[in-house]
Design a protein around this ligand. Structure first.
Ligand SMILES: NC(=O)c1ccc[n+]([C@@H]2O[C@H](COP(=O)([O-])OP(=O)(O)OC[C@H]3O[C@@H](n4cnc5c(N)ncnc54)[C@H](OP(=O)(O)O)[C@@H]3O)[C@@H](O)[C@H]2O)c1
Length: 243
């Protein structure tokens, strides 16, 4: 429910991933109506309160869904993008400079920075100008430049740092036209999903969170944010992270 007692309208993008799916469930638990957008097919156990949109994974594919929602005059209260990429088969995070390739670096930037900000561009016509709306992209603490003590993971770190800059820049622009909008990048904490799976052996058991636990925390952060905080980078407990 929103502060005005209406059913909360939520869009989850990247809804087929570990955190994306858990966020769909978390918002359903909170009584929201959820538009779930994913490249994957609709899960058989999707509750009726959620609507699943299967897309191609290109910007045009997402745009089609946003314009269909616009035709229904949908004005979201919360939009969360759980899109992100760290590894796939032969491509692992680069530990040494010798491992860097143009193709892998471009892929990191494309999925972790360019696609999220272009989705924000595509979402603009849907975003309410006067009623409160929070638009949150999942980022990563390793994208903090000032917090980087360990090195490694060049492309993932740099693309998540670029995401922070793109969101901060957009927040300054949107502040003029969308006064009740809050743009945010949130670090979910190390969460047990396919993305973190190959790296979990180095994580203490009490520092590896379930997707359900992280989704609950992310929704709580979204709930607590105000338009005055737009453009921030946040830890899963709602405390600010340095860029
Ligand atoms: N898990 C962690 O420990 C952790 C830690 C810090 C930050 N994060 C961030 O949290 C977010 C969610 O991660 P996760 O752990 O849930 O990972 P995940 O299970 O791998 O889900 C990521 C989702 O991103 C979407 N995606 C990936 N490549 C894409 C592409 N080329 N085009 C369009 N969409 C693409 C997919 O959504 P669909 O399949 O629905 O299309 C995919 O399922 C990411 O931004 C990640 O960087 C995760």
């Amino acid at each position: 429910m929103t502060a005005k007692g209406k059913v909360m309208r939520v869009i989850v993008i990247g809804a087929g991933g570990g955190l994306g799916r858990a966020l769909v469930n978390e918002y359903l638990k909170r009584g929201a109506s959820v538009e779930a957008i994913s490249r994957q097919a609709e899960p058989a156990d999707l509750p009726a309160e959620a609507r699943w949109w299967q897309v191609e994974g290109t910007l045009a594919g997402y745009q089609q869904v946003f314009s269909a929602l616009g035709d229904e005059a949908m004005q979201p209260d919360v939009v969360i993008s759980a899109i992100g990429w760290l590894h796939q088969s032969e491509w692992q995070p680069e530990r040494r400079i010798e491992a860097l390739t143009m193709e892998q670096l471009q892929t990191y930037f494309e999925i972790n920075a360019s696609l999220p900000v272009l989705l924000l561009q595509a979402l603009k016509p849907l975003l309410p100008k006067s009623h409160p709306c929070t638009l949150l992209q999942l980022g990563a603490k390793v994208g903090s430049i000032s917090d980087n003590q360990l090195g490694g993971w060049y492309g993932y770190r740099a693309s998540k740092a670029a995401l922070n800059m793109l969101y901060k820049t957009a927040a300054i622009e949107f502040r003029r036209t969308h006064k009740a909008l809050c743009l945010a990048v949130v670090h979910p904490g190390t969460t047990d999903t396919g993305l973190s799976q190959p790296f979990q052996q180095r994580i203490a058991a009490d520092k590896l969170y379930s997707a359900e636990q992280s989704a609950e925390r992310i929704a709580k952060v979204a709930e607590g944010l105000t338009p005055a905080q737009s453009g921030g980078f946040w830890f899963w407990d709602g405390s600010p992270l340095p860029y």
